[in-house]
Write a protein that binds this ligand. Structure first.
Ligand SMILES: [Zn+2]
Length: 243
């Protein structure tokens, strides 16, 4: 289920303290590497900045914790418990990225809802982008970390022809998330609103989109049960009212 979602949206939605959700996310293949690789690399870079490399006492536990991960990458994709411990102890390095991306998603979609409203009230010509300028600056700063590179790429769809391209060069986990998020926003055609919680559905499926435009309304996967319960309660109240 989760793996069909966009990487950045999937990341924003998982519970990082649930090992099953975490492992499911880490087994995604993104740009030829497992996401686990990007995550492990990110955490180890963050930690290594604070390690005293002259001290064996500090170095050894760090390499010990990463070893089971390196071993499991060579073998199967079942991560050793020791690597999971390493992840769980250091999850705050990833959590920071998740909090930022969650905040950006929320503010972009709040802005979207306001813009929609303005368009209805004042017409398309008077619409301005209401995303808070502070957040906008922070988001663009994140995206500006991504460098470009010139390369000759093999076009697999087109008879394996070689063509020159300028593309983004992803160097770490944070950049991977923001590149995906930028692509997601630029490519997304449909923004639709959940009829239960009134928030935007960030990554709607085809069924959700078609239900929405047919007037049936759409629901977040997580809101479905809640909505059913609410409807059942209303029906009950109505039938009681008739008697
Ligand atoms: Zn919802």
């Amino acid at each position: 289920m989760g793996n069909k979602k966009r990487l950045s949206i999937h990341f924003a939605e998982i519970n990082l303290h649930d090992n099953i959700e975490l492992l499911n996310f880490m087994e995604r293949k993104e740009r030829g590497k497992l996401v686990a690789f990007w995550v492990a690399e990110w955490i180890s870079t963050q930690i290594s900045e604070s390690i005293d490399w002259n001290s064996e006492e500090e170095q050894t536990p760090y390499f010990e914790a990463l070893r089971p991960f390196n071993d499991s990458l060579r073998g199967s994709q079942i991560y050793a418990p020791k690597f999971l411990d390493f992840l769980n102890t250091n999850i705050h390095y990833i959590e920071k990225i998740q909090q930022d991306i969650r905040r950006f998603i929320k503010e972009i979609f709040d802005g979207y809802k306001k813009t929609e409203q303005q368009k209805r009230e004042f017409g398309a010509n008077l619409v301005r982008i209401p995303m808070d300028t502070n957040s906008q600056g922070q988001l663009l700063e994140k995206i500006n970390q991504i460098k470009f590179e010139f390369t000759y790429a093999i076009d697999k769809k087109n008879g394996f022809r070689i063509k020159p391209v300028i593309q983004q060069k992803i160097q770490n986990f944070e950049q991977l998330i923001y590149k995906d998020f930028m692509d997601h926003l630029n490519e997304q055609q449909e923004f639709i609103i959940c009829k239960s919680c009134d928030e935007v559905i960030a990554d709607p499926s085809k069924i959700q989109v078609s239900n929405y435009y047919q007037g049936k309304g759409a629901l977040h996967e997580g809101c479905r049960e809640d909505y059913k319960r609410k409807q059942a309660r209303i029906r009950k109240q109505r039938s009681r009212g008739k008697i």
